[in-house]
Design a protein around this ligand. Structure first.
Ligand code: HEM
Length: 353
């Protein structure tokens, strides 16, 4: 090969390497200093809550659980996912409170989370992370990031700066009705009698290829009770988790998995908008939770409840929150798995019988 040819080849290889490095740099946001990337949203959580090594950047405080799901077969017509065939599927999960502070005191209005990983019989998995809100307060990841900053407690008052909250709602007017709905929701006494909602829409595909837009909810068999208003002094720091642990030790807890089916014009890319109450609901089976364990000892600590880890027969909708959630959960997971762990606020002694 001539010297000129060799130089040309080396230049071509160099150009390919620089091109690939450029694409990585672009994807990471290094070439767009103002772009919102998954890493920057993870940084925002660290900014507003402080850095707590080894724990989730959101829903930091939690306990792990396990049990099973009994399908009643009603879901087979809606989705070909094998979980809907009649029969039992083991699950592992985690109950949590929103926010990045692993030692925050439990409070009735803190958003409650339920993460569930269904272990399907063919080796597939379905992971879902749900909350006890009827809708989400924001429509886009940009709005979510700005909301985190706008509602950050002020250093002197310990409360969000009302001017920042007003400016946020002015920029994202779709959040005002969503926040109103969230404020007026009935709050139950604990995790065990909370309804947990997927909030985001998904697609179900059945065996003949028919597609439906759906949302789902875990509806508790445990009866609703309002939060206790007894005046017996300040509540214990972990009172919501302690009550959940005590009730699982008393008897298995149950939730019905209820699928809501959208009509053609219902929004499937906007989690701030509820669907009309008359949409069909299909009860597809029962989730039973019969074991509880601390984050410190359970394998669920090391699970990322990525909402896009879906089995064949369930697919993402066009909701922009879904891909953002998946990417930010991955950031959080990668960071926390590479760090030494802080002990969980809900210790193994607390979850032991
Ligand atoms: C752009 C919007 C959102 C962002 C950026 C976000 C971010 C996060 C992050 C970083 C984690 C920790 C992940 C880990 O380390 O494993 C997390 C956990 C969680 N998120 Fe989100 N989230 C968003 C929206 C939502 C929505 C809409 C829901 C519910 C419908 C939700 C429910 C949960 C739950 C239940 C957990 C705890 C799961 C567990 O126990 O591991 N999030 N979120």
């Amino acid at each position: 090969m001539s010297r000129a040819n060799l130089i040309l080849r080396l230049m071509a290889i160099g150009a390919v390497i620089i091109g690939v490095a450029g694409l990585f740099a672009y994807a990471a946001g290094w070439l767009r200093p103002r772009a919102l990337t998954p890493a920057r949203i993870a940084d925002t959580f660290e900014l507003v809550s402080g850095l707590h090594p080894g724990v989730r950047r959101n829903h930091a405080k939690g306990v792990c659980v396990s049990g099973h799901f009994d399908s009643n077969g009603q879901g087979v017509a809606l989705s070909k996912a094998s979980i809907f065939q009649p029969g039992r599927t083991p699950v592992i999960g985690r109950f949590s409170l929103s926010g990045g502070q692993p030692y925050a005191a439990d409070a009735p209005d803190t958003v409650r989370g339920m993460g569930i990983l269904f272990k399907l019989r063919d080796g597939e998995e379905w992971r879902t992370a749900m909350i006890n809100l009827p809708v989400f307060p924001v429509r886009t990841p940009q709005a979510f990031n700005e909301q985190l900053l706008a509602t950050r407690p002020d250093r002197t008052t310990g409360k969000p700066d009302p001017a920042k909250v007003t400016a946020f709602v002015a920029r994202y007017p779709e959040s005002a009705p969503a926040m109103q709905l969230i404020r007026s929701r009935p709050i139950s006494s604990g995790f065990e009698n909370s309804t947990f909602n997927s909030v985001n829409a998904f697609r179900f595909i059945n065996a003949v290829g028919a597609r439906l837009s759906v949302r789902w909810s875990m509806v508790p068999a445990q009866p609703f009770a309002p939060p206790s208003t007894s005046d017996s002094g300040p509540a214990a720091k972990n009172y919501l988790f302690d009550a959940l642990i005590a009730s699982i030790h008393r008897r298995p807890l149950e939730w019905r998995l209820v699928v809501t089916i959208a009509q053609p014009h219902d929004p499937t890319d906007d989690a701030t908008i509820p669907w009309p109450a008359d949409r069909p609901h299909v009860d597809v089976g029962t989730l039973t939770i019969d074991r509880v364990e601390s984050d410190d000892t359970s394998p669920a600590r090391d699970i990322n409840f990525d909402p896009l880890l879906l089995p064949n027969g369930i697919a993402a909708s066009a909701d922009p929150l879904l891909s953002a959630r998946s990417a930010v959960y991955s950031q959080s997971f990668t960071r926390r798995e590479g760090e030494a762990k802080e002990p969980s606020a809900v210790s193994p002694a607390e979850t032991a019988r």
